[in-house]
Design a protein around this ligand. Structure first.
Ligand code: FES
Length: 157
């Protein structure tokens, strides 16, 4: 049975006091839970949050499914999100995303065989002026080339 650490539980409780409506704490709490659950949200995680926050599971699930930054299945140690929206696309990000998959021997949205990477195509991450870009876990990498992206990814420990 999934349970957040004591530290994460108190972080969620703090979020609950931060807003006028408890529902506003759902997104930050999902972030906290996703981080503790190795990068994704399972039904057990939602059940636990529901009990902890005293919010119906259905309401948490609705928010979770609406936002693409929450992962619905396990991801690798490094979640590589390549922006393929317009600015990045005109600067070669779709080709870049395919190149990364090929080099890592990974399929989009699947965990690579070594368990280290999941590559996803995502919508605009707000860094259009330095396209093409990718986000790996919490960090942004900008003005990428196929070579620089692979150097970054191969250096990840
Ligand atoms: S289009 Fe890629 S960051 Fe905005």
């Amino acid at each position: 049975m999934f349970q957040l650490s004591a530290e994460a539980q108190s972080a969620v409780k703090k979020e609950l006091t931060r807003y006028e409506s408890k529902d506003s704490a759902i997104i930050p709490s999902l972030y906290i839970a996703q981080k503790e659950n190795k990068g994704w949200i399972s039904t057990e995680v939602i059940r636990h949050l529901s009990e902890l926050m005293d919010i119906p599971e259905s309401k948490i699930a609705e928010v979770f499914k609406f936002y693409t930054m929450f992962n619905q299945k396990p991801v690798g140690k490094f979640h590589v999100q390549v922006c393929t929206n317009i600015s990045c696309a005109v600067n070669g990000s779709r080709e870049l995303a395919h190149h990364i998959c090929k080099e890592l021997d990974a399929k989009f949205g699947e965990v690579s065989k070594d368990g280290r990477f999941t590559v996803s195509k995502v919508e605009c991450l707000g860094s259009c002026g330095t396209a093409p870009m990718m986000q790996v876990n919490d960090k942004y990498y900008e003005s990428l080339t196929p070579e620089s992206a692979m150097n970054i990814l191969r250096g990840m420990k």
